[in-house]
Design a protein around this ligand. Structure first.
Ligand code: GLU
Length: 427
């Protein structure tokens, strides 16, 4: 078993102690159902041919077609994609979506590709995996460094191959070609509902709550802005280049505008106009994780808080907006320090929840208003947060273990519905 996947499976082991689940279900969940590795030849703008490595893993389809994003990142590996597919399986079950889990990725640095090259690569990826996916088999979506435009190319390419329009094979598409209103902000919005629900239980008002956000991409920047508008003190944010800190709070909307204009905090802080918006200090990603804040939101990549730096964490609450930012060894240290960790498979599940809404809209041909999308998202996120909270109180476990217990019950029931050893031998 590879490293990241072994770490992911640890969480399952923890939860198994509390769930009465058949041996068959445990056996099913040990390995991914199917893994595909592909080579994607791409004609580059200078005429060269370059071959990229891509992956798609379908972890488990017991509860429905598999579902999960596609990431473009230099560190993408089969191990990483398998772990992310595993998390998707549990995430879909936590939210009771009729999906199994999957994930895809291509190993590359998308920032150095031209838009033409990115389009050829995205279409090439679909050519390579077309027989492995489908609206009722395995459904794609955005993840790290992929966006609605790329989802649109992928849907278009799949439709060309099948010679008919297949909007349901990809979610997170541009709204003009079958995307759902609210999908772009869904991950952050879902996280926001979880954060509000939890902090209310601790009688914390936004004004007296300080927040640091690691990662200023689609999810991180949006969650920072939602918290800012709700009155929370967002005092530090960072991106892959580094971060900034201001004790009196940052002006998140203007930071976003400036980042969009110049692509990184460092670059834009040379510009006078933004520099003057707020007094700030520069800080590294590592420093951000150890800030004395109430709420820490890792919203970048996996393995950020490990057994090495967990001892430096001073936050009281960690909400995992990224997938897998806290390792299982770090969980142990954080728990001992009394830091409460709210797991990715709940906190960032708003994205896949609105992906499900998009898929339903594509299938029915009836499109919902933004208010309807957000209202349904809110209802689902709060209901599952409350259920997991109650479970964690009842079983005296961490929120992570409670979330896995909650998901495992649903997955276990679905596996058992097809017959277990007990059914075949004892009845
Ligand atoms: N990539 C997102 C995630 O990790 C969204 C997946 C989806 O919408 O299918 O949850």
């Amino acid at each position: 078993m590879t490293m990241l996947f072994a770490d992911a499976s640890q969480r399952l082991q923890q939860a198994l102690k509390y769930v009465d689940i058949s041996e068959d279900a445990i056996e099913y969940l040990k390995f991914p159902q199917a893994s595909l590795s592909v080579s994607i030849p791409v004609r580059m703008d200078d005429g060269r041919l370059k071959v990229f490595q891509g992956y798609r893993v379908r972890f488990d389809s017991t509860r429905g077609p598999t579902k999960g994003g596609v990431r473009y990142h230099p560190n993408v590996s089969l191990d990483e994609v398998q772990s992310l597919a595993f998390w998707m399986t549990f995430k879909c079950a936590v939210l009771n979506l009729p999906f199994g889990g999957a994930k895809g990725g291509v190993t590359l640095n998308p920032k150095v590709l031209s838009k033409f090259e990115l389009e050829r690569l995205s279409r090439g990826y679909i050519d390579a995996i077309a027989d492995f996916i489908g609206p009722d088999i395995d459904i794609l979506a955005p993840d790290v460094y992929t966006n609605p435009m790329i989802m649109g190319w992928m849907m278009d390419q799949y439709s060309r191959i099948r010679r008919k329009l297949c909007p349901g094979v990809v979610t997170g598409k541009p709204v003009a070609i079958g995307g759902s209103l609210g999908r772009d902000t869904a991950t952050a919005m879902g996280a926001f509902f979880v954060i509000k629900t939890i902090l209310a239980k601790h009688n914390r008002s936004p004004q007296e709550t300080t927040v640091a956000v690691q990662g200023f991409g689609n999810a991180g920047a949006e969650v920072a802005e939602l918290l800012f508008h709700a009155g929370y003190q967002v005092i530090a944010v960072s991106d892959s280049q580094g971060g900034i800190f201001a004790a009196q709070g940052l002006d998140i909307p203007s930071l976003r505008q400036a980042k969009e204009a110049s692509r990184s905090f460092k670059a834009f802080y040379c510009q006078d106009s933004v520099h003057n918006l707020v007094e700030h200090e520069l800080l590294s990603n590592e420093e951000l994780l150890s800030l004395d804040v109430d709420v820490l939101i890792p919203a970048a990549l996996e393995n950020q808080i490990t057994e090495v730096n967990a001892k430096d964490v001073q936050a009281k609450f960690i909400f995992e907006v990224a997938n897998g930012p806290v390792t299982s060894a770090a969980d142990h240290h954080l728990q001992q320090k009394g830091v409460q960790v709210f797991p990715d498979i709940l906190v960032n599940a708003g994205g896949v929840t609105v992906s499900y809404f998009e898929w339903v809209q594509n299938k029915s041909g009836l499109y919902w208003s933004l208010a309807e999308v957000n209202q349904r998202l809110q209802q689902k996120m709060i209901a599952e947060t409350e259920a997991i909270w109650a479970l964690s109180q009842k079983q005296a476990t961490s929120m992570r273990t409670a979330a896995y217990i909650h998901a495992l019950k649903r997955i276990g029931e679905a596996i058992a519905a097809k017959g277990t050893r007990d059914y075949y031998i004892n009845h």
